[in-house]
Design a protein around this ligand. Structure first.
Ligand code: SF4
Ligand code: SF4
Length: 67
């Protein structure tokens, strides 16, 4: 299971760009802070490689390997 902390994410898009399976897509509407948060699109295909969590500069992504 992947969780994106909406309070930490700044919408840089690195996770969307670098996930090898393209799990994320950018939300179409910005939130109240004007940030386009990444939206989980195909979470069931996640390989749990942890790249998104490693690459996120704000430690906003948690990949739970148990699920
Ligand atoms: S753990 Fe890997 S496959 Fe899963 S969302 Fe993150 S980068 Fe993509
Ligand atoms: S890499 Fe982190 S800060 Fe950037 S959009 Fe993804 S979750 Fe948000």
């Amino acid at each position: 299971m992947i969780t994106v902390n909406k309070n930490l994410c700044k919408g840089c898009g690195l996770c969307t760009e670098f996930c090898p399976i393209k799990i994320f897509k950018e939300s179409e509407e910005p939130n109240e802070k004007g940030i386009n948060l990444p939206v989980l699109d195909k979470e069931e295909k996640c390989a749990k490689c942890g790249l998104c969590s490693l690459i996120c500069p704000d430690q906003a992504i948690k990949v739970d390997e148990e699920d």
